[in-house]
Design a protein around this ligand. Structure first.
Ligand SMILES: Nc1ncnc2c1ncn2[C@@H]1O[C@H](COP(=O)(O)OP(=O)(O)O)[C@@H](O)[C@H]1O
Ligand SMILES: [Mg+2]
Length: 403
């Protein structure tokens, strides 16, 4: 029987590197291998390869060996989305794609606003105890009152990632305030200087209670929890790994020098190692509850990376959710089984979706034999892409001349 084709949508840059066999955050071969276990074939493409009007995609598929060849296919009914861009026109196209009838795209483009996520989670009573106190930054006064209450706060951009723009503010004696910036720099300012600085902040920010993360060798750590949907369409925890902040930094992001370490190792050395098992269960249960609650608001999410903290007393806290987990913390900590699982679950879930969509729209699923788009065996797929881009440029230039 011919296999069902599912799509994996990548950023153009990542697609390029992957097809050239260069290292990137995506293991394209794993997708193909694991999809095969579920009788699926994978078509890799970037948003530029989609022709929404014709309902076709120009992408790449793996041949019998390790090489990839170009292929033109109808838009797959099930697409695993791994692209993340701030480019409005690409996002508009993605939005149109995810709204197409008979297309099930996971994860869809959703609003990455941390305040929106917080308000959705606040509605759930069971989750509320795990949410640090958080308010949008409107008045400088609020910063000071939260510092009085919690000893220190985190100031973070409402839309942000990789720790960028995050500042921890702690009160010192004599009304001075110590600011620790995401890049490791520090400042000690008077109240007046701090107020002046807060007024200069252009982006929307949140003020959040410092949860006083537990430390290992003097550095705070938190946990990346991969929560994904799998073969049965239900949420499961694919893996957990600790991220330890670099020396003197207050953020654990790997992009800021943080180090990923197996969680077991870190918990063994912590002061709450005796209640390790209990704590892991609580984090797992809370993470699943968070995913399910977000899913009620955001349809079609299926692959999340949560940042969960543990404070010095061994109490868990929710820090944030990533909708496009790069998964490399697992690779970096050499947590091979978890790392591979983060690739397997989306393919297993794709198979689950194919079966349920087939039941819903029997005529929709495409059982198409693999076919090469053009006879391009002599040209490497990426070279062909480059040639096409150059032709496109020439074409645009010609158009300019005409106008
Ligand atoms: N309320 C907090 N208390 C303690 N540490 C925090 C808090 N908020 C953020 N951090 C630290 O900063 C890191 C980055 O914050 P996060 O909210 O995940 O933003 P980003 O989207 O930039 O990763 C976290 O992984 C954690 O180490
Ligand atoms: Mg984070």
């Amino acid at each position: 029987m011919d296999r069902v084709v599912v799509g994996v949508l990548l950023d153009r840059f990542i697609l390029r590197r992957a097809l050239l066999g260069r290292p990137s955050f995506e293991r394209v071969n794993w997708y193909t291998d694991l999809a095969g276990q579920y009788d699926l074939e994978v078509l890799f493409f970037d948003i530029g390869g989609i022709d929404l009007n014709k309902g076709r995609v120009k992408g790449f598929m793996r041949g019998d060996g390790q090489g990839y060849f170009p292929a033109v296919k109808p838009i797959p009914c099930v697409i695993h989305n791994r692209m993340l861009t701030t480019n409005p026109s690409l996002n508009r196209k993605l939005y149109r794609l995810q709204n197409m009838e008979n297309v099930c795209l996971f994860n869809p483009m959703i609003n990455r606003n941390k305040w929106m996520v917080h308000t959705v989670l606040l509605r759930n009573e069971e989750i509320r105890p795990y949410l640090p106190e958080t308010i949008p930054l409107r008045k400088a006064k609020d910063v000071f009152s939260l510092i009085e209450k919690h000893h220190a706060i985190y100031l973070k951009p409402v839309i942000g990632s990789v720790g960028r723009g995050i500042i921890r503010i702690r009160k010192l004696e004599y009304k001075a305030y110590k600011l620790s910036f995401w890049d490791g720099s520090e400042k000690v300012w008077s109240k007046r200087e701090l107020v002046r600085f807060l007024r200069t902040l252009r982006r929307n920010c949140l003020i959040q209670q410092d949860v006083r993360l537990a430390k290992i060798n003097g550095s705070p750590f938190d946990i990346r929890v991969s929560v994904q949907k799998g073969q049965d369409g239900k949420w499961m925890v694919a893996g957990m790994v600790a991220k330890v902040a670099a020396l003197r930094k207050k953020v654990t992001n790997l992009a800021r020098g943080g180090k990923a370490i197996p969680l077991e190792k870190v918990l063994e050395q912590s002061s709450f190692h005796e209640k390790k098992e209990e704590l892991l269960k609580e984090i797992e249960k809370t993470s699943l509850l968070i995913a399910e609650t977000l899913n009620q608001e955001y349809e079609n999410i299926a692959d999340l990376g949560l940042d969960m903290g543990i404070d010095r007393t061994g109490y868990p806290w929710f820090i944030e959710v990533n909708v496009r987990d790069q998964r490399y913390s697992f690779e970096s900590a050499k947590e091979h089984a978890s790392f591979r699982r983060t690739y397997e679950n989306p393919m297993a879930y794709a198979a689950y979706l194919c079966h349920s969509m087939e039941a819903k729209y029997p005529k929709v699923m495409q059982y198409q034999p693999m076919e090469a788009a053009e006879e391009t065996d002599q040209v490497h797929p990426m070279e062909q892409m480059d040639q096409e881009r150059d032709q496109e440029k020439e074409h645009l230039k010609d158009q300019d001349k005409v106008q």
